[in-house]
Design a protein around this ligand. Sequence first.
Ligand SMILES: Cc1ncc(COP(=O)(O)O)c(C=O)c1O
Ligand SMILES: N[C@@H](CCOP(=O)(O)O)C(=O)O
Length: 525
Amino acid sequence: MATATASSLSLLFAHPHSSNPRPFAGGSHLRRPLRAAPHRARCASDAATTATKHRRPAEENIREEAARLRGPGNDFSAWYVPFPPTPEDDPDERYSLDEVVYRSSSGGLLDVCHDMEALARFPGSYWRDLFDSRVGRTAWPYGSGVWSKKEFVLPEIDSDHIVSLFEGNSNLFWAERLGREHLGGMTDLWVKHCGISHTGSFKDLGMTVLVSQVNRLRRAPLSRPINGVGCASTGDTSAALSAYCAAAGIPAIVFLPADRISLQQLIQPIANGATVLSLDTDFDGCMRLIREVTAELPIYLANSLNSLRLEGQKTAAIEILQQFDWQVPDWVIVPGGNLGNIYAFYKGFEMCRVLGLVDRVPRLVCAQAANANPLYRFYKSGWTDFQPRVAETTFASAIQIGDPVSVDRAVVALKATDGIVEEATEEELMDAMSLADRTGMFACPHTGVALAALFKLRDQRIIGPNDRTVVVSTAHGLKFTQSKIDYHDRSIKDMLCQYANPPINVKADFASVMDVLQNKLNGKI
Ligand SMILES: Cc1ncc(COP(=O)(O)O)c(C=O)c1O
Ligand SMILES: N[C@@H](CCOP(=O)(O)O)C(=O)O
């Protein structure tokens, strides 16, 4: 494993060995030349946002309206660089986002690097105001929580190529009762409901970006021969990929570990018309196969090994800052599996810090199921010994991953934020999820993992009662109802299920009903 050395994204934005004082800023065939700095901060997207005061003509749709209103292009750009940057790397190694490339020349990961100098010509206040002005609108494509931050995501894509289902802008839920009653009087506890979304998980945020770029590549003038988009999945990536591909008319191919994902997840790609291969292996086995297959066939890889995905996912971090009026929370807790998302959160926060939208980043916590905890073990070894493992069955089935592709990214994120890795047993995660449900949520088991980590960190007094803390809820509880049914049925072997609330079977007569209700009201049952 490559050692993570970068402690700040700024190292990505300016290569350590580059002698160019304006890193990647000039002379490249990958980007248009920079314009002279405008004295007033305006960009094309801005014009589209502000010019929609009048209702568009009935014969025009929102894409066409956006095209009509589009002003001159902006000069922001982005490209792939090796990740993390090491002194051994060729400082000139970079790739256009229009290339189909997932790995650096040394076989390492890639990251999307933005032209920070161009973005930094505008003060943080400009970006805050611009992003705030777009929230809740329908102006294409800014009604999406991802594309409302287009300049920080895929600045060069034509809005007409974007495949968006108006994802993002998810609820930041004040978990008042959970914090007050069950977490030692926590006053400032929040749950970012990334799973209350089009396909029921945070994957929509990344998939809109990836499928939009594929759409751009397939269409003229690039006209790349990409016949389909494929992924390995524990159920959520496949659902998001299938939905976005279906919306764009692009074939989707998904590799699923047989009998290891929920029925609700399985039916999503089936319903969206994807080619679904159910394979007799675990997620890590599916991941190995999809990598081999995409190296042979003109199928574009949609897993988070592909760093485009993380550009969309990072907008959840920016959205959290925005929802707090650009104040930075103290802690953000993220459940981790393949480990792309923890890095995406870091990148979103760090980009806002570097560009002056905020002045610091929160401490990150990555929470893993004890049955699938390679990162936790690595952390506990003092980051000295990473061992992939065979992940055991967990109710948090979407993070049943033993050989995460983004482990290097996670290490960078955690080291840079003085982060922590925690784990949760099956009982801890199911209890945490069920307790949260009892305070008005309908959490998924992965959110249960993050909540269980919070319980532990509160017990250890690492997180204080007044610390502003955000737990990232990654999927909708309705995708994982069987685990809740088993819990409330007390049918889970060796689990007390202390918050189970099974239905009471009552004879359908007045006296029996009254009897039960009186016992209930008197606290006897
Ligand atoms: C619901 C859910 N939560 C958390 C995760 C973990 O995200 P990551 O793989 O980016 O660590 C996943 C996917 O792995 C997921 O589907
Ligand atoms: N939980 C994921 C696992 C794959 O992660 P990815 O982010 O690399 O696509 C899933 O839902 O498939």
